[in-house]
Each structure stands twice: as C-alpha cells, then as structure tokens.
Design a protein around this ligand. Structure first.
Ligand SMILES: Nc1nc2c(c(=O)[nH]1)N[C@@H](CN(C=O)c1ccc(C(=O)N[C@@H](CCC(=O)O)C(=O)O)cc1)CN2
Length: 297
C-alpha cells in the first residue's frame, strides 16, 4: 500500500506545536510579527500571501502586509524593505517571489536584514546553511525534511535525486540533505534542464524530490518500485473548473503512486509545509531578536 503523506495534517501539528512558543513571546512583551511584501499582482502569489496572513492569524502571530505596484521602480521596493528593517514590530518578513522582470530578486534579498530574513535567502544565511550552521532553513526544504521525518523516512545513506536546482528549493535542500545530521547524511544528485538522462537518475534513487516547476515531469515509468516521491511543484494549468485552472504537481500522481512506497499529493503536500515552516522561522526570528528562549518543534 502506498502511503499518501498528508502535508495539511503535518503542517497543522507544527502550527499547534508553535503556539506555546508564541504565547511565551507574547507574555514576555509582544507577539512575533511577520510581514509579507508583494510587488505586482501575480494571482498565485496573491493566494500564497493571503494564506500566509491567515496562518499568522490562526497561531497568534501579528501579520503586516506591504503592496508595491508592479510597475514601480525597484527603489520603491527597496524603500519598503528599509522601513521593515527598522520596524521593531516586524521580526521577520518575506518578499514574495517572483518579482517583476525589471527587478533583480538578488538585489532585493541583499537589502533584507539577515536577522529578519525568514525565507533564509540572504547570502549571509545561505553561507551559514552551507557551513552547517543554519540560522533560518528555507521554508520549502525544511518542510520537505519535516514531511520525511513525519513519515519515518530516514535519509541516512539514501540516494536522493532532486529534480530542479533553484535557489529556493533544489540548492538549499541538497545542502541540507548532505549535512552530517539526523535529517541529512544522504547522497544527493541534483538534476536540471541540461541533465542527460533524467529517468536514469530518478530510477536509481531511493527518494525523488521533484522541484522543477514543470507540470507532471516525473511519471511512474521513471521510478523503481518502492521509491519515496516528494512533489514540490504547484502548477496552475488551464482547466474547465470554477477557477479556470487546476493545481498539478511536478509528478504525474496516478502513475507515480503505483510505484511509490510513499508520495505527497498536490495540493495538500509540500505547499502547506512551506507556510508552516515560515511561521517556525518567524517565531525563531522573534526569539533571537528579543533574546527570549523558546522551544521549537
Ligand atoms: N519569498 C518566497 N517566495 C516564494 C516561495 C518562498 O518560499 N518564499 N515559494 C514559492 C511559493 N510559496 C511560498 O510562498 C508557496 C507555494 C504553495 C503554497 C501552498 O500552500 N499551496 C497549496 C495550494 C494553494 C492554492 O490553492 O493555490 C498546496 O499545495 O496545498 C504555499 C506557499 C514561490 N515563491
């Protein structure tokens, strides 16, 4: 029987487990604060930002939001970032990606105060992660690790193939999984658009993480029996539904399920975990900035 790993359930447990830490911080003076910054009006980004604000409300984190016009010069976004760096009520913030084409996301990230960088994207935080001393693990890779842990899937000594080399998922996840740690110790292969024989790499893996942003790129024919399949993709594809689209992962679920020992669905797999780990990082940021010790799940 294939185990369907329920990301909504694991994310809900993490939110519950964070409430004690949030109350400790509130009792010590003020609630943790998270701000989201959205430049432009990308519909998927708007959905994610709204969900992040709702999550904050549910667990008792103060949420703040800044909208920047999609046609504004980059300086307008930089000014918003400078204000958030100074705002003592905001312990962490994220600039929702992607940003419009005329803005270089790396120039944006460099301006974020690293202690408030709850995405873990600032070069200082990337460096710390690579050095094995992560301050904020990027939310999606951390969520993938927590999902594996929740399903009792040990990564030690396992061959993990990651499909996708993005700065947000593929690169940090590869770094985390090779670390000498209980949730690491894996042998990792990172594949990308120039990989010669993708199916050979996925077939030789114990665990496949699909994070390429290509709908249904990985199907059952590319997997051996018993593979663990983690689908990071959340793609909107045109469909005759109320919303005009349906959500599809980077994995062709039905055929992959036939081969997998465990698999995450889309929706309801990695996506909710990305949001839960953002709350986790926000609580950690508040604890570090205010020098109040809290227990994190
Ligand atoms: N600044 C950032 N930008 C982006 C990140 C990020 O970690 N930081 N990651 C992705 C998008 N993302 C986070 O913002 C994200 C993706 C998906 C979900 C999610 O909850 N998905 C649901 C379905 C939601 C829907 O109905 O559309 C699910 O999979 O069940 C949350 C966050 C790119 N940008």
């Amino acid at each position: 029987m294939t185990e369907i790993i329920d990301g909504n359930a694991v994310a809900s447990e993490i939110r519950d487990d964070l409430t004690a830490a949030i109350e400790t911080l509130a009792d010590a003076g003020s609630r943790p604060g998270l701000a989201t910054v959205l430049m432009g009006d990308d519909p998927a980004s708007q959905t994610y930002v709204n969900m992040k604000q709702r999550d904050c409300e549910e667990v008792g984190i103060e949420s703040h939001h800044v909208d920047v016009d999609g046609d504004a010069p980059p300086e307008e976004l930089y000014d918003a970032i400078a204000d958030l760096n100074e705002d003592s009520e905001v312990h962490g913030y994220i600039v929702q990606a992607p940003v419009p084409d005329h803005v270089d996301y790396r120039d944006v990230i460099r301006r974020v105060d690293p202690i408030k960088d709850v995405d873990g994207f600032h070069p200082e935080n990337v460096g710390r992660l690579v050095a094995g001393d992560a301050r904020f693990r990027p939310c999606t890779p951390h969520g993938v690790q927590k999902l594996l842990e929740s399903a009792d899937i040990d990564t030690e000594g396992k061959d993990v193939t990651i499909v996708g080399r993005s700065d947000i998922v593929g690169k940090p996840l590869a770094n985390l999984l090779i670390q000498k740690a209980d949730d690491g110790n894996a042998t990792v292969t990172v594949c990308h658009s120039r990989t010669d024989d993708l199916a050979a790499k996925t077939r030789s893996a114990d665990i496949v993480v699909a994070a390429a942003g290509v709908p249904e790129l990985v199907d059952g024919s590319m997997l051996e029996d018993g593979t663990v399949v983690i689908d990071v993709g959340v793609n909107r594809v045109d469909a005759d539904t109320d919303k005009g689209y349906e959500l599809v992962g980077d994995v062709e679920f039905e055929s992959a399920k036939e081969k997998a020992s465990a698999i995450t669905p889309v929706p309801g797999g990695v996506g909710p975990m990305t949001r839960a780990m953002l709350l986790y990082n926000t609580v950690k940021a508040a604890s570090l900035q205010r020098d109040v010790d809290v227990e994190l799940p």
